[in-house]
Design a protein around this ligand. Sequence first.
Ligand code: SER
Length: 580
Amino acid sequence: MKYMTGNEIRKAYLDFFESKKHLKLHSFSLVPEDDPSLLLIGAGMAPLKPYFTGKLVPPSYRVTTSQKCIRTGDIDNVGRTARHHTFFEMLGNFSFGDYFKKEAITWAWEFLTEVLELDKERLYVTVYPDDTEAYDLWHDTVGVPATHISKLEDNFWEIGPGPCGPDSEIYIDLGEERGCGSPTCSVGCDCDRFLEIWNLVFTQYDRTEDGKYNLLAHKNIDTGCGLERLASVVQNKKTNFETDLLYPVIEYAANVSQMEYGADPQKDISLKVIADHTRSVVIMIMDGILPSNEGRGYVLRRTIRRAIRHGRMLGITKPFLDGAVDAVIDIFGDVKDFSELVSKEEYIKRVIRIEEERFAATLVQGIDLLNEEIDTLKANAQQILPGEVGFKLYDTYGFPRELTEEILHENGLKLDDAGFAHDMEKQRNRARSARAENQAVAVPDLSGLDTSALTENAEAHEADVVAIWRDGALVDMLHDGESAGIILSTTPFHAEGGGQVGDAGLLLRDVGRIVIRNTKRLPDGTVYHLAYVEEGQLQRGETVQIQLDEVHKLSSARNHTATHLLQAALQRIVGDHVHQ
Ligand code: SER
């Protein structure tokens, strides 16, 4: 076995399959195209699904890629094990109805033993129990001894709906000293001794949304070989984190925090999390994802926040993540699949910096509050944080639930999930009833109403009630506790629009007080008011005194102006793609 850098291994793989007549394709974006079943690309085959199913004609029937992938299902394990990552690269060779098992198996063996020069004695394979064809190919054609072949029931690969099939995995024995010592320890054992390095999927089914397996018109090959773990083997490192694909970020974080990697297992976890997460974050932003509160944007936001928190656990109090971008660029900068890193460097750093600054305040406050709660729990020998406390941290202070759970976990404590869910449901109900209230004032058919004499007058202090409606129907009278829509003969209230909220205030009569919560316009431009009768009643045709809520009006005008200023600043700092 000879030493190769991560970048050399990637190139050797792609070159090898190019020599076997494969078309080398650029890694696809992490953002799936036309595939609502996926949030992010998580496997080399994911962006190629339409070629497997025959929906699209591929540019070549043999393709090879090093695909950028994100998987966050096991995010809590990152840094705690040798190989869990959120971002990784998957090397793959694919056949769309062209070659099948024989070539996939023999070429995989050739690449591992002749190009990477891995020791044959250390390699083991698994096959699907019924797959005698794969077994015979490994045994008779390649010459792997029966003692190095196992039949495993779970050798079947699928990722949601789409192409899938039985698979065959290749493992390397990292040596007895890495094992669990159990006499039954063998391929498939959970310990670190046998490491899966390559998965060959014989894609012959298409799984439908409702779980049926339809035979594909042609048989395909989808293989996946994790670059980072292959590098750990070739570079003889105990974990992927020590390979040249991640270690430079660890060095950076160790430097900033003045920590020594390898000195304290707990600190090492944080260094590894930062290394893993920084790579993810940088590549996600390179691929056009921006932090937000949902979907991909939330995956990004959560990953940035976890990295920042682990920075704090190492004692880093200043923003530091944008500095780690340089280390990532040093790793990938020369690789074609990552060429945009260089051109987007400033942009990536800016996005990270803004998010980091924004999160810092939330984090400090949330951690302090949570630590107080933890001290109280411990002092009272309790182990469960009440759900309502966790919910308050989340709802009032914006402190992410996962962080609460993680910090509790680190202290041997737990969150009361049911209590949290209960409070969340209560809040949803509040939002639902607010929506229901809005529906109560659904506008009825007003085509019979003469609106020609209605005016808008900023100085108006009194007006006649021209129309009232509730539950989508015109009414003559309103009673206390009721919500309604109201049209006045003249109104000083400014209607919602152009990004500014509508005015609020009061309508007063001898015995009655009606709160105007908002002001809107009908499609024909007529101004109407969303009202709630706090006291007394209101009758159509009567005259009311108007009291505009000046404080509300001025605040919304100021907010409106501030929003425009903020947007202009954001466009200047982040870029023109920022919209309200
Ligand atoms: N799709 C398979 C995997 O991700 C092989 O590429 O493991």
